[in-house]
Design a binder for this molecule. Structure first.
Ligand code: 5RP
Length: 220
């Protein structure tokens, strides 16, 4: 199977966790695009969705799925999203698509985080994938200097502006032995909006697609 076929298998498995009559939290990325396309087949059984990006909102709307403003919603039973890396404790690096801040916000309002991945995303230690950090534009140089002090090599994502009008700095070569403390430390840098470590609030369920099928793994 190709990587894209594995992404699709993981994404379609997530449909099993969608509750009838609910509002679904929807992430961003190529794996989530398969999930949205699958969700279209059951759109009459859900109330609608809360989305984590303009791209996902557009795809949901094109399928006739109503997209709600998060401020009008008290709680979301299930949030479905991909990841760039996920470790054994279900901490993740996310934000390869630059939607990390809205993803983290929608995840925070959701009861259950269902992570959909192909098997290549599973790692022992986070950090081979460069850690995305969303930054207020005027703080770009300051934040880069602080990230370098933490031992990483910050690189501005050229020509990219987030849905929130900010920049992304990708941090290469960070040794992330303690994801929760690294997440907290980077969020304390003035000018950082959020970083792509999802450790404080990791995934609850991992749907991991490999050549043998989709494994359904609960957070240890
Ligand atoms: C976007 C994300 C995505 O979930 C992550 O980049 C994985 O993407 P894909 O499903 O395309 O491999 O965090 O900000």
């Amino acid at each position: 199977m190709t990587q894209d076929e594995l992404k699709k298998a993981a994404a379609l498995a997530a449909l099993d966790y969608i509750e009838d009559g609910s509002i679904v939290g929807v992430g961003t990325g190529s794996t989530v695009n398969h999930f949205i396309d699958g969700l279209a087949g059951m759109r009459n059984r859900i109330r609608g969705a809360v989305s984590s990006s303009e791209a996902s909102s557009k795809r949901l709307a094109a399928h006739g799925i109503q997209v709600f403003d998060l401020n009008d919603i008290d709680s979301i039973p299930v949030y479905v999203d991909g990841a760039d890396e996920i470790d054994g404790g279900f901490a993740m690096i996310k934000g390869g698509g630059g939607a990390l801040t809205r993803e983290k916000i929608v995840a925070a309002v959701s009861k259950r985080f269902v992570c959909i991945c192909d098997a290549s995303k599973r790692v022992l230690t986070l950090g081979r994938f460069p850690l995305p950090v969303e930054v207020i534009p005027m703080a770009r140089s300051h934040v880069a200097r602080e990230l370098a002090r933490l031992g990483g090599e910050p690189r501005l994502r050229e020509g990219f502006v987030t849905d929130n009008g900010n920049l992304i700095v990708d941090v290469h070569g960070l040794a992330i032995s303690d994801p929760v403390s690294t997440e907290t430390r980077i969020n304390q840098i003035v000018g950082v909006v959020t970083n792509g470590l999802f450790a404080e609030r990791g995934a609850d369920l991992l749907l991991l697609a490999g050549s043998q099928g989709v494994e359904r793994l609960q957070r240890p």
